[in-house]
Design a binder for this molecule. Structure first.
Ligand code: AMP
Ligand code: ZN
Length: 113
């Protein structure tokens, strides 16, 4: 049984509001949205963060494709959106399963907080 919360979502042990899914990725609405639209995109393979993805070209491509599909599903592929990944405590990462946040539905400024 998975112990990581995102692995539990992948395995269906915890429900999610799905936006996109394929063989290698899953995207769902963030439970605590930080923008009018806030989707989390995850690889189905458990890795901790972007550093662990640095030698996995296929996984990074899959994640980019999933972000693109999410943007289309949200209807923001032309208007634009923000993609963020947090790494470690200093980066504000609270779930140690690599993910992109896709934030949309407002105009973002230069401030990254
Ligand atoms: P981070 O803090 O960058 O690791 O992002 C983790 C994100 O996962 C946060 O924005 C949380 O709100 C979100 N999150 C945690 N648990 C769930 C869940 N069960 N369903 C959807 N989103 C979640
Ligand atoms: Zn996991």
């Amino acid at each position: 049984m998975a112990h990581c919360i995102f692995c539990k979502i992948i395995e269906g042990e915890i429900p999610c509001h799905k936006v996109y899914e394929d063989d290698r990725t899953l995207a769902f609405h963030d439970i605590n949205p930080k923008a009018p639209m806030h989707v989390v995109v995850i690889p189905k393979k458990h890795i901790a963060n972007i550093m662990q993805a640095s030698e996995d070209a296929q996984l990074l491509k899959d994640m980019a494709c999933a972000v693109t599909e999410v943007a289309k599903a949200l209807g923001v592929q032309d208007s634009g959106f923000r993609t963020v990944t947090n790494t470690g405590e200093g980066g504000g990462q609270s779930v140690d399963h690599f993910h992109f946040h896709v934030l949309a539905g407002k105009t973002f400024g230069e401030d990254f907080g």
